[in-house]
Design a protein around this ligand. Structure first.
Ligand SMILES: [Zn+2]
Length: 405
């Protein structure tokens, strides 16, 4: 079978498909994803059979996104893929598009109408609805991601079979009926890793979705969910809604993964932070909550941490981002894909400099805290960071080592 050695080697190396074809496949898959993302789905509210509207906002548009926008636009971090390069970029988005997903039908959009119109969240019921809406967005987006990966795997395998078949035919000089390669090369392993991770995420989301829905329908069912709300007069030019993970070692020396849904919702003269999670993580999340409500600067730290270590689903006022020098912008964008820190840990540098400076001048801070906050301005942004590709490879190795493959 020596004549196939070259083809087999290419399969093993994952290089049977040339880069141009590979990029074309990625392009098609991405396009399918955006098309699907922009089309109506079945309403996510349980048992509803209606079609969703195309654009359900996760974060209120006129009461919140508008408040922190410039010219009705915001900036948001986005992972871009050009050729075989990955990079995080800040992109501009209109408030009509920011945080939207094909979620609820017209009827069920109305359950959020009260606080949308009031332009404030001032009851635990409303906060719970907002948390629920975030969970729903995570479910819709992750389902679409999962669908995208599954389709990409099929396309990749088909193309690999086709290339192998063509290679064989040219070597032996006659038609070959069918080729089916089962070998999992590196691109397929990467795709399978994402599939496993997203599937796990969706399992958690589905459980927490049901618990929140129960608790919305019947307040007595509160014991299964974790909820906490901070309503503060701090004004922070950010809107955020997403899911964060933290790996911790608990008091009994067990490794545990803590998950939390966080919302940072800006309003005209206030900011509302909504923490939501599963009751199994209540103790850890409550402890952290009790810690951060001691001082506004700790709340600011927590928001910055969730932006960098929690989720990339946030929107920042363009003016605030554009004011940062380029070195800092670059550092932030490179940082948050490669960092290994979690949302329970602070960021070592300052994002919202003006707010932090203002707090340091106007508020009294315990000595140790004051010093560590001031140090954030002196953080060396020239520190070299890992590349996105190195970070991805590390995650890959860790995943396949711990899964024993
Ligand atoms: Zn519905």
């Amino acid at each position: 079978m020596d004549i196939f050695k070259e083809l087999d080697e290419k399969v093993l190396e994952g290089s049977l498909i040339d880069l141009d074809t590979l990029n074309e496949l990625k392009f098609i898959t991405r396009n399918d994803f955006y098309k699907s993302f922009k089309s109506k789905k079945i309403c996510i509210f349980s048992n509803c059979k209606n079609k969703s509207i195309k654009r359900s906002h996760t974060i209120p548009r006129s009461g919140s996104l508008k408040i922190i926008s410039d010219d009705s636009h915001l900036l948001y971090p986005h992972l871009c893929e050009t050729g075989d390069e990955l990079s995080m970029r800040m992109e501009r988005i209109g408030i009509g598009e920011a945080s939207v997903f094909p979620g609820f039908c017209k009827e069920h959009e109305k359950i959020f109408a009260e606080f949308e119109q009031k332009k404030d969240i001032d009851s635990i019921e409303q906060a719970k609805l907002q948390a629920y809406r975030s969970i729903c967005r995570e479910i819709v987006i992750n389902n679409l991601e999962l669908e995208k990966i599954k389709k990409a795997i099929v396309k990749y395998k088909n193309e690999r079979n086709r290339q192998y078949k063509l290679g064989m035919e040219s070597k032996i000089g006659k038609k070959v009926e069918k080729v089916k390669i089962e070998y999992n090369d590196i691109p397929l392993n990467f795709a399978n890793m994402s599939k496993v991770k997203i599937t796990e995420k969706l399992e958690f989301l589905s459980k927490i979705h049901d618990k929140f829905l129960e608790s919305i329908k019947n307040e007595e069912n509160d014991e299964n969910v974790f909820m906490n709300v901070i309503h503060t007069d701090m004004k922070i030019p950010i809107a955020l809604s997403g899911l964060g993970y933290a790996n911790i070692i608990d008091e009994e020396n067990n490794h545990r993964e803590i998950k939390s849904i966080l919302n940072v919702i800006p309003f005209e003269s206030s900011t509302v932070l909504i923490f939501a999670g599963d009751n199994v993580d209540k103790e850890i999340l409550d402890n952290h909550f009790d810690y951060i409500i001691q001082h506004p600067i700790l709340i600011l730290n927590f928001i910055e941490s969730f932006m960098m270590h929690g989720t990339d689903h946030w929107f920042i006022q363009p003016e605030v981002w554009n004011k940062m020098d380029e070195e800092k912008q670059k550092y932030i964008l490179e940082y948050f894909f490669v960092t290994e820190k979690a949302f329970l840990q602070d960021v070592n540098f300052s994002i919202f400099d003006d707010i932090r400076k203002d707090y340091l001048v106007k508020l009294t801070l315990p000595e140790g805290l004051k010093e560590s906050e001031e140090n954030k301005f002196n953080f060396n942004l020239k520190n070299p960071q890992k590349s996105i590709m190195d970070s991805l490879n590390e995650r890959y190795n860790y995943f396949y080592e711990t899964n024993g493959i």
